[in-house]
Design a protein around this ligand. Sequence first.
Ligand code: FES
Length: 153
Amino acid sequence: MSENDEFDVLIGEIEGKIQKDESEIYTERTREEAYNPKNVGELKEPSAVGRITGPCGDTVQIHLRIEGDIITDTKFITDGCGPSIACGSVVTELVKAKTVEEAEKLTEADFLAVLGDLPEENLHCPVLAINTLKAALDDYRNTHSFRNQSISE
Ligand code: FES
């Protein structure tokens, strides 16, 4: 066996161990959303932007496109952990086609209903995602009411 083959075997063993460890910690849905997240990126000219850095130092950004009070499109990016990627993916899926008022009612329990349980040390990850969504919705409300004010003045 060449040195390159030995290295590939070693890498394969390490990857296998990481996947086994992850499967003992995270649900299948969390791993699926973390490795194949939906709606990653940024929107051109979003209606609202939320960007929050959590106490762990990770940042989540959410863009919303809102037309007639309905969230018609959304994207997220994060530099955070696997669960924060999974939560970003789930939040963008949960808010699509919802009204602003419906989106404001989402809680971390709605994430856990989709992802299943998260370990104690990752329970702040859905909180970060929800806070970022709320920041985006606040941005929309502030901009929207300012626009309405400007029009009526
Ligand atoms: S560890 Fe920071 S968001 Fe998950």
